[in-house]
Design a protein around this ligand. Structure first.
Ligand SMILES: *[C@@H]1O[C@H](CO)[C@@H](O)[C@H](O)[C@H]1NC(C)=O
Ligand SMILES: *[C@@H]1O[C@H](CO)[C@@H](O)[C@H](O)[C@H]1NC(C)=O
Ligand SMILES: *[C@@H]1O[C@H](CO)[C@@H](O)[C@H](O)[C@H]1NC(C)=O
Ligand SMILES: *[C@@H]1O[C@H](CO)[C@@H](O)[C@H](O)[C@H]1NC(C)=O
Ligand SMILES: *[C@@H]1O[C@H](CO)[C@@H](O)[C@H](O)[C@H]1NC(C)=O
Ligand SMILES: *[C@@H]1O[C@H](CO)[C@@H](O)[C@H](O)[C@H]1NC(C)=O
Ligand SMILES: *[C@@H]1O[C@H](CO)[C@@H](O)[C@H](O)[C@H]1NC(C)=O
Ligand SMILES: *[C@@H]1O[C@H](CO)[C@@H](O)[C@H](O)[C@H]1NC(C)=O
Ligand SMILES: *[C@@H]1O[C@H](CO)[C@@H](O)[C@H](O)[C@H]1NC(C)=O
Length: 318
């Protein structure tokens, strides 16, 4: 332990020397990958102010407030380094009360070895709220969480270059995804296990394209995405799916009715805010693993089927 702290401090001194020789920001454009990670984080930190109100989580606190220049950045709250290489491989500043912008010249993009990045539950909507295309540069990223952070506009197609992503959460922003970007996301993000895009406008996306999502997908959350059209037979042939949230898509046609539910592993299903036939409801009884079923504000034809009461351990919200 003592030894690695010592190593960090030597690295840090080195990075300070480098930094003092390289004036900022003019060096940005010339030597993109050469900025030491601690300097990059230091400048990243300077682009925000702290506002308690911007993080909704009751356990939020300003992680960056304890960052000190005289400590190596690998010891800073929310920063994770590879012990051998001292590369910054993880940054978790979720619910950290950060307020400001992440622009395309942000020094965040000088951390090319990041594998996990969580900036959820802050407010990056000071002046420019778009997601910069430079997020596509993090080639090693397996986790990206930008939920609840004030982003708006189109999801850049460069997101589809993050082909190692296992978990992508862009939910609860004011984003828009269009068919060409969606097609690339489906084609390239083949490792995905969690995909959460709640509240993203997806009105131009054909629901039957879900068939081609990663077969490893366990969570698909598309709550309130303004999905339109029909979910057809076999549409949910996602063998690993455990959680499916399609609630709040009132224009999604309830033609799932004869669907042969292939995802037998499904544990959580939310379809609130839609209209269903009795046939559809009865088809749900095939989902033997189901534990939670949300059907709030759904209009049924006829009475509530008896089988609902027979499924053991099933929690139903109607
Ligand atoms: C990034 O660009 C903005 C304008 O687009 C500029 O105001 C800001 O100073 C730049 N920041 C850095 C660190 O170069
Ligand atoms: C990081 O920013 C916070 C305020 O946003 C400040 O309190 C802290 O001292 C900064 N840390 C460094 C190392 O600059
Ligand atoms: C660090 O290097 C050692 C020896 O090369 C290796 O056994 C270990 O797995 C490495 N640790 C990490 C976190 O990469
Ligand atoms: C993303 O971060 C938020 C805030 O910390 C958290 O609530 C959410 O569960 C995370 N998403 C995923 C997929 O883990
Ligand atoms: C806000 O962004 C616009 C365009 O993106 C830019 O012209 C303007 O200088 C920015 N203002 C501030 C305060 O950064
Ligand atoms: C798919 O990912 C690879 C590797 O990251 C990248 O080179 C390629 O451009 C991506 N394709 C699309 C269509 O985004
Ligand atoms: C799924 O992918 C295959 C092969 O790329 C393609 O031919 C087919 O049209 C896709 N299906 C949908 C519904 O997008
Ligand atoms: C439903 O799926 C099962 C298992 O995949 C299959 O054996 C059966 O033939 C399917 N039934 C219909 C009506 O498609
Ligand atoms: C359910 O029925 C009510 C009354 O007929 C109607 O106002 C409402 O829009 C329907 N909801 C859905 C989701 O179809």
């Amino acid at each position: 332990m003592g030894r690695s702290t010592w190593k960090y401090q030597v690295f840090f001194l080195f990075s300070l020397i480098l930094h003092s020789q390289v004036p900022f920001p003019s060096a940005l454009s010339s030597s993109l990958s050469s900025m030491p990670p601690c300097s990059a984080l230091l400048h990243f930190n300077k682009s925000f102010s702290l506002h308690q109100g911007v993080s909704g989580s009751p356990t939020s606190y300003p992680k960056t407030a304890s960052w000190r220049e005289d400590k190596h950045c690998c010891t800073w709250d929310g920063v994770e380094c590879d012990k051998n290489t001292s590369h910054v491989v993880g940054l978790d500043l979720s619910s950290s009360q950060l307020f400001g912008d992440i622009l395309s010249n942000s020094t965040l993009f000088f951390l090319p070895n990041l594998r996990r990045l969580n900036l959820a539950d802050n407010w990056f909507n000071d002046n420019d709220s778009r997601i910069p295309s430079e997020f596509g540069n993090f080639k090693s990223l397996t986790l990206l969480n930008l939920s609840n952070s004030g982003f708006s506009g189109q999801i850049p197609f460069e997101i589809s270059q993050l082909s190692s992503l296992v978990s992508l959460d862009l939910s609860n922003n004011e984003l828009l995804i269009e068919a060409p970007v969606w097609k690339r996301v489906i084609g390239n993000l083949t490792q995905l296990r969690e995909l959460l895009l709640d509240k993203t406008k997806m009105s131009s996306i054909r629901p039957n394209s879900f068939t081609n999502l990663s077969s490893s997908l366990t969570t698909l959350s598309l709550h309130g995405c303004d999905l339109r059209g029909k979910l057809e037979n076999n549409i949910l042939y996602l063998p690993s799916l455990q959680t499916l949230d399609l609630a709040g898509n009132s224009n999604l046609e309830g033609s799932l009715l004869k669907s042969n539910w292939s995802c037998r592993s499904l544990k959580f299903l939310s379809l609130s805010g839609r209209m269903f036939s009795r046939e559809f409801l009865d088809s749900i009884s095939n989902l033997k693993s189901l534990k939670h079923l949300a059907l709030r504000d759904c209009n049924f034809t006829g009475s509530i089927p008896a089988w609902l009461g027979n499924l053991q351990n099933l929690h139903v919200w109607i």
